[in-house]
Design a protein around this ligand. Structure first.
Ligand code: PMP
Length: 382
């Protein structure tokens, strides 16, 4: 059976060039980057090179990049790190109700430790209102953490305006750019971003590696103690092969990101055309103008998520509900709840299509046709 993978926002396959760049490191580059000898120097060179590429990709400096085990660790390091190091300046944090669990659960943990967190609402497009951000700011606010692009519905927040607003405020600006990285050209200085998280496996790199950008001069505490790796901000021997794979994935996304974004917008259009032709009832959650190119969250009235996902899987189409991954179960979407309220039909009847490496027009049309069949079957009057 023809299988189509449309769950790239959950994770993506490694690009062949990523694998090729990692193999020699796994075979021969085993030295510890902290060792003085030739073996160590060789691997240190790999890590330094990757740091240079990562920094350039977001217009940062090399010493502002901290390699982590991925997006979750980067989010935790920024949020907990800032909270711990700045509690003498204030104990208030601002975030949104549609963040990834790596941010939401981290903030909830900090609430248990005595911090106050404001969870900003979003409108029906998933957008925060600038007015709400500025109203929430107080002299006690030490951090504003708002995601760049949402993983479930794709909403892209007004980064530049938020950065601008915080320019003269003590609060640091952290953004989870795990989904946006690679599809947008990001200049952290222009956007006024102090901390930025990204993850390798969302951009055709390896799993278990990513980085946190931390602007020079910001104060934050490490989460792990031990060796002096990553300038004492993240102890532990680096995942060298992973970091090399990450470097290649970043290079590829810098080269190809803009072109991919155009292709994914065409894919969205193609799917909509098939459903219109097939007279399937559907509505896109969120907005096209303020949405990540690779994410399309769709409401199919009269269906339910479980049946859609299982039937599509049987038809060879891999999609997801989009809500943060809880092994083996479908979590109710906190993002759609925040956008439409907990009683909306959309929460139980929406699924996410997300595009990526290797997807072709033919695959997209095939997947849309299969979806039309499944939706018609599920909504047929008995
Ligand atoms: N933030 C967002 C927006 C994500 O989509 C993900 C991945 N689901 C993460 C953070 C976590 O990244 P990782 O899997 O690398 O820990």
């Amino acid at each position: 059976m023809k299988r189509v993978y449309l769950d790239h926002a959950a994770t993506s396959p490694m690009h062949p060039a990523v694998i090729d760049s990692m193999l020699p490191v796994m075979k021969e580059g085993f030295g510890n980057p902290s060792s003085i000898h030739q073996f160590g120097r060789k691997t240190r060179h790999y890590v330094d090179e990757a740091r240079n590429i990562a920094a350039k990709a977001i217009c940062a400096k090399e010493n502002e990049i901290i390699f982590t085990s991925g997006g979750t660790e980067a989010d935790n390091l920024a949020i907990i790190g800032v909270a711990r190091a700045n509690k003498n300046k204030g104990t208030h944090i601002i975030t949104t109700s549609i963040e990834h669990h790596a941010v939401l659960h981290t903030c909830e943990q900090l609430e248990k430790e005595g911090f106050k967190v404001t969870y900003l609402p979003v409108d029906e497009h998933g957008l925060v209102k600038m007015e709400d951000v500025s109203d929430a700011l107080t002299d006690e606010t030490i951090l504003v953490t708002i995601m760049f692009g949402n993983n479930e519905v794709g909403t892209v927040q007004p980064m530049k305006e938020i950065g601008e607003l915080l320019k003269d405020h003590q609060a640091y600006f952290h953004t989870d750019a795990v989904q946006a990285f690679g599809l947008y050209s990001i200049d952290v200085n222009e956007l006024g971003i102090d901390f930025l998280s990204m993850s390798g496996h969302k951009i055709n790199g390896p799993k278990g590696v990513g980085f946190l950008y931390a602007k020079n001069g910001t104060s934050f505490a490490p989460l792990s103690y031990g060796g002096e790796q990553e300038r004492k901000r993240r102890a532990g021997t680096e995942n060298v092969a992973g970091i090399v794979g990450l470097k290649t994935a970043i290079e590829l996304s810098v080269e190809q990101g803009a072109q991919k974004a155009v292709q994914y917008l065409e894919f969205k259009q193609l799917m909509k055309e098939v459903w219109e032709r097939e007279e399937v009832r559907f509505e896109i959650n969120g907005t096209v103008e303020h949405s990540l190119p690779h994410v399309m969250n769709v409401y199919f009235p009269g269906t339910n998520v479980e049946s859609l996902l299982v039937n599509l899987d049987l038809a060879g189409v891999a999609v997801s509900s989009g809500s943060a991954c809880t092994a083996g179960s479908i979590d109710p979407s906190h993002v759609l709840v925040a956008m439409f309220g907990k009683d909306s039909d959309r929460i139980a009847s929406s699924i996410r299509f997300s595009f990526g490496l290797g997807n072709t027009k033919e695959e997209i049309i095939h997947a849309a046709e299969q979806t039309a069949k499944v939706v018609k079957r599920l909504t047929r009057k008995k």
